[in-house]
Design a protein around this ligand. Structure first.
Ligand code: FNR
Length: 439
């Protein structure tokens, strides 16, 4: 199927029919889709394409994985109620989001460290999103600087996600860069002020940031570079001795590569010798999280940017209301895909309560557990304005790079369109509780 021009509602409307017929027609000559269509098969194919560490990082969750399971189980508590004989020959997937008409109600969630999944990482994801007319959210833990990602898909709609670091100067600098590089909104993720207890990563003793992965937004930032230089200048004595194994050498090379932005040198040998790349990793680990952050602090973000601000990681109706009262331009219901707390609430379970409190006052982005177009339809019917895709995007990237991400988005849109029509509706805007039945 040809690409869909960004912000072209007509193109988005035609997606499902062309996708299905294209797939079946191509199948006559033996061609198969680039990525498996069935979500579980997509994950299995991705698992085979990734290293054990990458798969653990992407697929893993907090603790026993109960929150991830609940995110999925919550979808099983709702059924779509089909209604025939209503002329659904023309269907409109468009929604209004952040003051603009969008061709579809999908968004890509921020995903850090995609270099573990594919070398083109965020560049491939941004190009795929642009081709499908879906805004993508650039992660604070991306593998490429935001300016470079912007260049890979010029003019495409983008949001920037911030992890509020302990350096306000750094926060301000990142948001200024986001605005200057054309992001249309800022997403502040609130649920990662402490890193969750990630059992699968712990068993492998692998956290990508300690290897210099996923810190490109930092190493490319002038304020961060200054923090690294100050730390290096203050460092005294010999660096601590580590046992040299093949793995320590690989980690050293990975850190040296990521440190090129702080040393200003492209020489791998030079960066291996320089203390700055390791100092950059240590500086990152120091500044990354801010467990002391409170609602009062958030007002400072208004001084750092004139862009709309969306708060991500809201799962309590009181917090949703407080976010709106505090002037947030949007809320993003998310439990980080079950990666932060084990035995947490499922996002779909709290969506109706939150929508009841704040719908109409603020856009509601929804994620955690969305795997298909039918899932998206249920979330939209329960009050979401837009639905964000997380892990399936990483899986598509792992299996077939940019094309894989395009196909994942295309499949979700196609099934959403078909679900809408089979439920007897002609517009996503008309999705409401009336099309659902509690199972
Ligand atoms: C994430 N998520 C995330 N969120 C965020 O605000 N900033 C980030 O950098 C990341 N990084 C990240 C990496 C990986 C590998 C995953 C799987 C997730 C959370 C993400 O934005 C989203 O909330 C979840 O992925 C939604 O859950 P599902 O649908 O993927 O289960």
């Amino acid at each position: 199927m040809s690409s869909v021009a960004p912000n072209d509602p007509a193109a988005a409307r035609g997606i499902s029919r062309r996708t299905q017929s294209d797939v079946y027609r191509a199948g006559i000559s033996g061609a198969r889709p680039a990525v498996p269509v069935l979500p579980a098969a997509l994950e299995s194919a991705a698992a085979k394409a990734m290293s054990a560490e990458a798969y653990a990082y992407v697929a893993g969750g907090a603790g026993s994985g109960a929150t991830m399971a609940q995110n999925r189980a919550a979808f099983a508590r709702w059924q779509v109620w089909p209604r025939p004989l209503r002329d659904v020959s023309s269907r409109d997937l468009s929604v209004d989001f952040l003051g603009r008409a969008r061709p579809s109600p999908l968004l890509l969630a921020p995903l850090g460290v995609m270099e573990m999944v594919h070398p083109e990482a965020d560049l491939a994801v941004a190009r795929a999103a642009a081709a499908m007319g879906v805004p993508c959210t650039l992660s604070n833990q991306a593998s490429f600087p935001m300016e470079r990602i912007a260049q890979s898909a010029p003019g495409a709609p983008r949001l920037f996600q911030l992890y509020w670091s302990s350096s306000d100067e750094l926060n301000a600098s990142l948001l200024a860069r986001a605005e200057a590089s054309g992001c249309e909104a800022v997403v502040i993720t609130l649920d990662t002020h402490l890193l969750g207890w990630r059992t699968q990563d712990l068993d492998l003793a692998f956290l990508p940031f300690t290897r210099g992965m996923g810190i490109a937004q930092y190493t490319s930032d002038p304020v961060f570079q200054q923090l690294v230089r100050e730390r290096a200048a203050g460092a005294s004595g010999e660096p601590s001795k580590v046992r040299v194994t093949a793995k320590t050498i690989a980690a050293g090379v990975s850190i040296a590569r990521s440190g090129a932005a702080v040393t200003g040198s492209r020489s791998l040998r030079g960066n291996l010798r320089s203390p700055l790349p390791r100092t950059a990793v240590e500086t990152f680990l120091d500044v990354f999280s801010t467990p002391a952050l409170t609602w009062g602090d958030l007002t400072r973000a208004r001084e750092w940017t004139s862009l709309p601000i969306i708060l991500k990681g809201i799962v309590h109706p009181d917090d949703a209301e407080r976010a709106v009262d505090a002037g947030a331009d949007g809320i993003w219901i998310s439990n980080h895909g079950g990666r932060q707390i084990d035995r947490s609430v499922a996002t779909l379970d709290v969506l109706p309560e939150i929508a009841e409190r704040v719908a109409g006052r603020t856009p509601i982005v929804f994620d955690s557990g969305v795997r298909s177009g039918a899932d998206a339809a249920v979330a939209l019917a329960l009050g979401a304005t837009t639905v964000a895709l997380g892990r399936p995007v990483a899986y598509g990237l792992a299996v077939a790079g940019e094309e894989g991400v395009r196909e994942v988005i295309r499949n979700v849109l196609a099934e959403l369109d078909i679900t809408l029509g089979l439920a007897g509706l002609t517009a996503v805007r008309d999705l409401s509780r009336d099309v659902l039945r509690a199972a």
